[in-house]
Design a protein around this ligand. Structure first.
Ligand code: CDP
Length: 215
């Protein structure tokens, strides 16, 4: 079957960056699964969907009209690449991601990304739920403080000013919600390799994943 490398981990652990660099090196496709939850959240915001109403959010997830043209992402023909990265959207994404019907609605869409010659998928449940048969699973960690600093830098590079203290608080809140939800909680998949990137450069993490892949 078509190989998949899964990279799961908490918010701002660097999953997306690592996933795209690993995919680039292998000549594989990528799946940014978090983007699907962010797109669902954005769609709810724009349509005024009540996120307490699970059936309505499920509809929004089911009906997402999106096109991935990495790094660009389009919804209903509009470039929403930057819009979905806003913290407000990220926070709402973690809330809609706790709804089982929403996760179910996005499941097949995610599996459809598994196209030859291979896929690197990043998220929270790539190794546990979406691609349980993946031959290599990574669980990427980093200290909360380090992650808050990275997120801060990432935002400031985009010209968005951010406050480190409130970022750290948001990040802890989101970690807590991702870990404690009953459906697809953030936990390492069985057999996942735990990589703590707190003290590692991006290149070191990429090399580690490629080493694990080539055995
Ligand atoms: O950038 P960050 O890691 O904060 O977020 P993301 O990976 O873009 O995901 C946004 C939100 O979607 C997360 O807070 C998770 O709650 C949720 N998510 C999920 O539940 N399952 C996934 N496979 C990916 C993301």
């Amino acid at each position: 079957s078509i190989p998949v490398i899964t990279i799961d981990g908490p918010t701002a652990s660097g999953k997306g960056t690592i996933a795209s660099l690993v995919a680039q090196r292998l000549g594989w496709h990528t799946l940014d699964s978090g983007a699907l939850y962010r797109l669902t959240a954005l769609s709810c915001l724009r349509r005024g969907v009540d996120v307490q109403d699970q059936a309505q959010v499920q509809q929004a997830a089911q009906n997402l009209n999106v096109r991935f043209d990495y790094p660009q992402i389009y919804m209903d023909g509009e470039d929403v690449t930057d819009a979905i990265r806003q913290e407000e959207v990220g926070n709402l994404a973690s809330r809609v991601a706790a709804l089982p019907l929403v996760r179910e609605a996005l499941l097949q869409r995610q599996r459809d990304f598994r196209v030859a010659p291979g896929l690197v998928g990043d998220g929270r449940d790539m190794g546990t739920v979406v691609f349980p048969d993946a031959p290599l699973k990574i669980f990427l960690l980093a200290d909360a403080q380090v992650r808050a600093q990275r997120r801060c830098k990432q935002l400031s590079e985009k010209g968005i000013s951010a406050n480190l203290t409130s970022l750290l608080a948001d990040l802890r809140e989101r970690d807590e919600r991702d870990r404690s939800r009953t459906h697809a909680p953030l936990v390492p998949a069985p057999g996942a390799h735990i990589v703590d990137s707190s003290q590692l450069s991006i290149q070191e993490v990429v090399d580690k994943v490629l080493d694990l892949w080539s055995g």
